[in-house]
Design a protein around this ligand. Structure first.
Ligand code: SAH
Length: 352
């Protein structure tokens, strides 16, 4: 166990330290304030992995910093490139735990999908990550490092970040918010280009709203009623669909941001026209988008399957007829099993 990394909240490490925290260390070492700017630039803009590379800092300072403000980066365990340019990474954290993240290049932007926890406690029936159980939450620094490392490996500036990898970001709210602020202020990614996806942790949605960030909140709804939702997602037993809608409304009121409702389509389970009509009724009058996600085939105990394109089209048309704005996830990386949790499961399977 590496205690200071596990509890990154009370220790200052890089990446992860804010500008103020770096400044505090710089002052303790009797150095001028501009050193904090230099260090932040090296780590968050140039993604260096070693103080030795910070050539504009005096050698003695680099040595003291290495002790006082440890700099350590994620290790790439595996990288799998798809024919469409998507790259899926498996990273090792300092304590040996592993998480996944995905690089998604588009014509007009570069997006990174990051993990917020090792495994997940939500237990959604259709999700590969759920099958691993929950190990621990990531620190802000580890989450920022996923973005830094991918930008570095791709040799590209990352414009968008989505918290849609392994884990439930709102069960790691404090560190997730810290990581968003670091990505925004230090790495230079616009808050409007950051999306946090949640299973629907109602109290945490209210808490997130208080931070008044300009990010997009995406809520994994996946069913228009309590019974069906609870069947697919155990959290549905704790928080009712109506409570979730209320929380989303509150989020929009406080932040002025339109909420996205994600709707995973499972063949014959939640993809019938009557489900679409019930969904439209539920969302009537809300400032929102619906993002349709056809199931990414993973083996689950319930044997869920992916709907054919015509079923997806039919569902979409039903929503649009009711005046709902619908987007559909641009799917990438099918040939490399880029769906959440798949690479880690595969790698674990290969090892055994
Ligand atoms: N815990 C968060 C974020 C991680 S999952 C959440 O639940 O929102 C990101 C999205 O992928 C969620 O909408 C999730 O329901 C969806 N997802 C999980 N497994 C999937 C699969 N096999 N195919 C398609 N989408 C999946």
């Amino acid at each position: 166990m590496i205690p200071e990394y596990k509890s990154g909240v009370d220790s200052i490490v890089l990446p992860g330290a804010t500008r103020e925290e770096i400044l505090q260390v710089v002052r303790e070492l009797g150095q001028p304030a501009y050193r904090a700017e230099q260090i932040a630039q090296w780590v968050y803009r140039h993604a260096v992995g070693d103080y030795a590379q910070m050539t504009n800092l005096p050698l003695a300072l680099r040595q003291s910093l290495a002790e006082r403000l440890p700099l350590r980066r994620l290790q790439v365990v595996r990288a799998q490139q798809s024919a469409d340019g998507t790259v899926k990474y498996l990273f090792a954290l300092a304590d040996g735990e592993q998480v996944e993240a995905v690089f998604l290049p588009y014509d007009d932007r570069t997006s990174v999908c990051i993990s917020s926890q090792v495994g997940c406690a939500a237990g959604c029936r259709f999700c590969a990550t759920a099958q691993m159980g929950f190990s621990r939450s990531l620190t802000a620094g580890e989450m920022v490092d996923e973005v830094l490392t991918i930008g570095q490996m791709a040799g590209r500036r990352i414009s968008h970040v989505v918290y849609m990898g392994m884990g439930e970001p709102l069960w790691n709210l404090q560190e997730v918010v810290k990581s968003i602020l670091l990505l925004n202020k230090e790495v230079g990614i616009s808050q409007r280009h950051i999306t946090v996806s949640t299973v629907g942790v109602v109290p945490a949605i209210y808490e997130l709203a208080q931070h008044r960030l300009q990010i997009t909140l995406a809520i994994s709804l996946h069913a228009p009623d309590d019974d069906l939702r609870a069947r697919l997602m155990p959290v549905g037993r704790k928080w009712k669909v109506q409570e979730l809608i209320e929380a989303a409304r509150h989020y929009t009121e406080v932040t002025g941001r339109k909420v996205t409702f994600e709707y995973l389509l499972l063949r014959g389970v939640n993809d019938e026209p009557h489900h679409a009509r019930a969904l439209a009724k539920l969302l009537k009058g809300m400032v929102c988008n619906v993002n349709l996600i056809p199931f990414n085939q993973v083996d689950t105990p319930d044997g869920f399957t992916r709907p054919e394109p015509q079923r997806v089209t039919r569902f979409r048309a039903e929503l649009e007829r009711a005046g709902i704005t619908v987007t559909q996830r641009v799917e990438k990386g099918h040939d490399i099993s880029a769906a959440c949790g798949q690479l880690k499961l595969q790698t674990a399977g290969n090892r055994s």
